[in-house]
Design a protein around this ligand. Structure first.
Ligand SMILES: Cc1cc2nc3c(=O)[nH]c(=O)nc-3n(C[C@H](O)[C@H](O)[C@H](O)COP(=O)(O)OP(=O)(O)OC[C@H]3O[C@@H](n4cnc5c(N)ncnc54)[C@H](O)[C@@H]3O)c2cc1C
Length: 433
C-alpha cells in the first residue's frame, strides 16, 4: 500500500476520501486501514450497536487486531477468556477442543458493545473522524463522481461529501442494496436468545458448548459478568422458532449437556430475543463508488463462530482495495470480490461438511434441508434447482486458511469439534504493507 498524506483532516477539507457507514468490526477495520494509508476517513455509526447476542471471538483475532494496530483492545478484564469449545454433534458424546492446542492461545467471550466502542475509539485516536449516533442515508452521486452523504443523528443532520463509500452496515447492507445490489439468501436460520442471570452455585465454566437437536442446535456460553447466554438455532418456519420462554425451558431439558449448564442458573424473566442468523451474501460486493465489507457483503451461519473475524478481515481487505483503487489500480476491487467469493465458497462447503456430520435425524426438516438443499434466492423466495456448487463427495473437503500473506488459501484437514477451526486466520502476517 502506498501511503498518502492528503493534508489536514476534513473538518476543514471539502471532501473526505472515504465515508465508512457502520462502526462494527468491519467498518472500523476498513477505517483503520484507509487511515494508515493516509486517506481522510469519516466513520459513522448509527448507534444501534450489534444485536444483543454475546459473541465468542476466536484466538486468531489477535493477529488481525495486531495488524490493525489494535491488539491491546483485548487486554480488558471485561472480556472473558474462552479456554475450550465443547460439542455433542453426531452423537450424544461430548468432545472438547482445548485452547492449549491453539497456537494463538485462548479466545474470548466478548462484551460486544465494549469491544466495538473500543475499536471506534482506537480509530479516532489514529486520526479517523468518528461520528457516533449518526445514520448514513443512501447517498447521491454528483457528475464529478463524489457522493453527497446525509448523516442523521438524534440532534443534528448534516451532509458531507466523499469520493468513496464503504458499506459496513451489517446484514442489512443498506447502502449496497440502495445502490442496486441483491441479497442472496441461503437458508432460514434464526437464533432465539436468552440471557440467564449469574449462577450462585456453579464453578465458572469458560467453555462454549454446541449441541445438536432434532430441530436445530443449541449454543451456550458464559458471558462477561457471569451471565449465561442460551441460544436455540432453528429455521424460521419450523415450530421451534415460535418458542416462548416456557417452551424453551421445556425443550432445552431434552438437550442434556446444555441443560446441565443452564440448570445451574436461575431461569430469567426477560423475553426471548429473536435474531436473523441465515447465510446471506450480496450478488455484487462493489459498484461505482462503493464497496461492502463484513456482514454487509456476506454473513455466515454462526456455527462457524467466525463472523467477527471475517468482518475484521474483509473490512481490512476492503480498505486496501479502495486505497489501491483510488491510486488507479483497477484490479484491486475485482480481486477483493474474488477473495470474498472464495471465502463464501469455503464457508458453504464447510457448512455442508459439518451439518452432514449430524445424521441422527435425517427426516427432520432442519437436517433434511441441510443434507440436500441448495441456496434459495431472496428475490423470489423459491428454492433454486441448482445444488451447492461443490456438493459433498465430489471433491476432497477443503478448509480455508489465511496464509502468511494474509490471503485466503485452501487446506485439506477437516477438524471437529471446533467448527471451521481450520478456517482460522492462522499465520496472518503482521508486516502487511
Ligand atoms: C445469533 C448470532 C450469533 C453470533 N455469534 C457469533 C460468535 O459467537 N462469534 C462471531 O465471531 N460472530 C458471531 N456472529 C456474527 C457476528 O455478530 C457478525 O458477523 C459481526 O457482528 C459482523 O460485523 P460487521 O461489522 O460486519 O457488522 P455489525 O456488527 O452488524 O455492525 C454494523 C454496524 O453498522 C451500524 N449501522 C447500521 N446501519 C447504519 C447506517 N445506515 N449508518 C451508520 N451505521 C449503521 C450498526 O449500528 C452497527 O454498529 C453471530 C451472529 C448472530 C446473528
Amino acid at each position: 500500500m502506498t501511503v498518502h498524506h492528503s493534508g489536514p483532516p476534513p473538518a476543514t477539507a471539502a471532501v473526505y476520501d472515504v465515508v465508512v457507514a457502520g462502526g462494527g468490526p468491519a467498518g472500523v477495520a476498513a477505517a483503520l486501514t484507509l487511515g494508515r494509508g493516509g486517506r481522510t476517513v469519516l466513520l459513522a455509526d448509527a448507534g444501534g450497536g450489534p444485536p444483543p447476542v454475546g459473541e465468542a471471538l476466536p484466538a486468531a483475532a489477535r493477529v488481525l487486531l495486531h495488524d490493525l494496530g489494535a491488539r491491546d483492545i483485548l487486554d480488558d478484564r471485561h472480556h472473558l477468556p474462552c479456554h475450550a469449545n465443547l460439542s455433542a454433534w453426531g452423537s450424544d458424546v461430548l468432545a472438547a477442543q482445548d485452547a492449549i492446542l491453539d497456537p494463538h492461545g485462548h479466545g474470548w467471550h466478548l462484551d460486544r458493545g465494549r469491544f466495538d466502542r473500543g475499536l471506534r475509539e482506537r480509530a479516532r485516536l489514529l486520526g479517523t473522524d468518528v461520528a457516533e449516533h449518526s445514520t448514513v442515508r443512501p447517498a447521491h452521486r454528483s457528475g464529478d463522481g463524489t457522493w453527497t452523504v446525509e448523516l442523521r443523528g438524534p440532534r443534528e443532520r448534516r451532509t458531507v461529501r466523499c469520493r468513496w463509500l464503504v458499506d459496513a452496515t451489517g446484514r442489512r447492507a443498506s447502502l449496497a442494496t440502495a445502490a442496486g445490489a441483491r441479497r442472496i439468501v441461503h437458508d432460514r436460520l434464526i437464533a432465539l436468545c436468552l440471557t440467564l442471570p449469574p449462577s450462585t452455585t456453579s464453578i465458572p465454566d469458560t467453555s462454549t458448548l454446541v449441541e445438536s437437536s432434532p430441530d436445530g442446535w443449541w449454543y451456550t456460553a458464559l458471558l462477561p459478568a457471569g451471565h449465561r447466554l442460551l441460544v436455540r438455532y432453528t429455521d424460521a418456519d419450523l415450530p421451534g422458532a415460535r418458542t416462548d420462554r416456557a417452551g424453551l425451558r421445556a425443550d432445552v431439558a431434552r438437550a442434556r449437556h446444555t441443560d446441565a449448564r443452564v440448570s445451574a442458573h436461575p431461569w430469567p424473566t426477560a423475553a426471548v430475543r429473536r435474531a436473523p442468523a441465515h447465510t446471506v451474501r450480496l450478488n455484487a460486493v462493489h459498484g461505482s463508488g462503493w464497496v461492502a465489507a463484513g456482514d454487509a457483503a456476506a454473513a455466515f451461519d454462526p456455527l462457524s463462530s467466525q463472523g467477527i473475524l471475517i468482518a475484521l478481515y474483509t473490512g481490512m481487505r476492503a480498505g486496501h482495495a479502495v486505497h489501491d483503487h483510488l491510486d488507479g489500480d483497477r484490479t484491486a476491487l475485482p480481486r477483493y470480490a474474488a477473495e470474498l467469493d472464495t471465502i463464501t465458497a469455503v464457508h458453504l462447503r464447510n457448512r455442508r461438511t459439518f451439518y452432514a456430520l449430524e445424521h441422527r435425524w435425517p427426516r427432520h426438516s432442519f437436517w433434511h434441508r441441510r443434507h440436500t438443499a441448495g441456496p434459495t434466492d431472496s428475490a423470489d423466495g423459491r428454492p433454486r434447482t441448482r445444488p451447492d456448487p461443490m456438493p459433498i463427495g465430489t471433491e476432497p473437503e477443503s478448509h480455508g486458511c489465511l496464509s502468511g500473506t494474509g490471503r485466503l488459501s485452501v487446506g485439506t484437514s477437516p477438524s471437529w469439534p471446533s467448527p471451521w477451526s481450520a478456517f482460522d486466520l492462522c499465520q496472518v502476517s503482521a508486516s502487511r504493507s
